[in-house]
Write a new protein. Sequence first.
Lengths: 418, 190
Amino acid sequence: MLKQMEGSLGVAQAIALCRPEVVCAYPITPQTHIVEGIGALVKTGELENCEFINVESEFAALSVAIGASAAGARAYTATASQGILYMAEAIYNAGGLGLPIVMTVGNRAIGAPINIWNDHTDAMSVKDAGWIQLFAENNQEALDLHIQAFRLAEELSCPVMVCMDGFILTHAYERVDIPTQAEVDAFLPPYEPVQVLDPADPYSIGAMVGPEAFTEVRYLAHDKQLQALKRIPEIADVFKDVFGRESGGLLHPYHADDAETLVVALGSVNGTIKDAVDTMREEGHAVGSVSLCSFRPFPLAELGDVLRHAARVVVVEKSLAPGLGGVVASNVRMSLRDSPTPVYTVIAGLGGRPITKAGLERVIKDAIADDLPDVHFLDLETDVIARELERSRDTRRSGPTAENILKDLASVAGNRGE
Amino acid sequence: MFQVRIHGRGGQGVVTAAELLSIAAFVEDKHAQAFPSFGSERMGAPVVAFCRIADREIRSREPVSHPDALIIQDPTLLHSVDVFSGLNKQGYILINSRRTFADLGIDDFVAKFPPDHVCDIGATELAVKHVGRPVPNAALLGGFAAISGQIQLSSVEHAIMEKFPGAVGAANVKAAQEAFAAVSKIKEEA
């Protein structure tokens, strides 16, 4: 049923339709309305046979989900930003144990400096913890990916993170089609665990493993991700049969076939990128884009097949590997390792800085002119950088960078009479 | 695509206003997208929210920098925030105030716009009268329906009742209706 609603509350309804048995959350910032919405559905009885557990921290939230999942329950939690860091150890445990937990990440930046806004640093900080990571382009896809995530997670016995841009999607009202319970039941069978802690048949999960077997366990985690590369598009196909719409899959090309310049990105910025592609196509530029839905597993071959025909690739990403450049871009380069195609890295939208269509068009045109550095920071205020570098050069005790820059911006605004 | 930017202060229901507007557009089978400007929310701090309305899917995720309409829920923002930034030259301005544009110090600016595109109305007083609380958002949406013609009053009423079922919604609908009538009259006279 079509509804106009907030992304977070839409996801809460989708989660409820998946019949989770344990939902645990630490309900303060950084959190979204998702767990609040699920809590309300449990309280009213609309979501039956589900225990909602308020825990004392994000570490506890995922630890409880691990325990619940290991005991055979369908388990869900949600977090973002510093919350991910606080549960980092448990994230690796869930991945290493192969427990099919589904977790929403309402993507946000990580401090310091303190910043509550959107970027992808949180998800990237745990990209190699053995979880599948799917990125939603809009709220409909966010809903749909959660439904697919439970099936994928449970088939493979592997945890899945569904990433949706904090605020930009979680707090946006837009139309979403909420499926019926019958549709979700037809798509998602009851959870049948491959391993379960059962007092009647006791064994241990997560024992000490020495050098004699650790590599093999890790290899199998890698193999599971490779299996997911096959299952993700298959599950998206089944989803289309049941729900009648395309959602999920490994990647979504847009005007990619004849594109000389291809833009690659994760998440909601793909919407603005598509608008930029349309405008630039009207101006005669052969531009296209690829929305990467699956970041882990990374679809090296599938992405390579799409990108190989382009003259250049521009990766727009909301994450930065200081000392290297782009996180996503370095993965994209691997998909082109047998090709000389240049891959430009554009770091954009950090800490919630808006990524505008005008800014994207500018940077894509610079790439077309091959007038772009290897790593470019979109809309970077170079004057501000220069003044701070000068301050730190001139004075040993120049003070904290973030506060210096805020002071600098305030004094520039003051001089302009703002 | 019709883009609306709503300025106000924390506690005035600015974000809710954008959400209600998007529901009202949805009721008319339009695509709509509402989102806040993601500040650190606190009472009294300047807040901005956006709503886009279109006949097809809205893909853009950037803030509205070139609005077709402005709703200003608190006139004290007029001289502290650049509320008019990027406004379409044929755009609409609706201000929550009972003072004249001259009193507000914006008569010269407002004169550049079509006279039936600008209006101020005492929405806070209407809210106090009908709802008993100084939350002007619903009344302003009634006023917005009248001045812009982008949305039917009945759709605004539907949106208010969907989000606030019961007595609170009904009281806000009354405030929206009175604002709609008042702004319609001002628009006719302009």
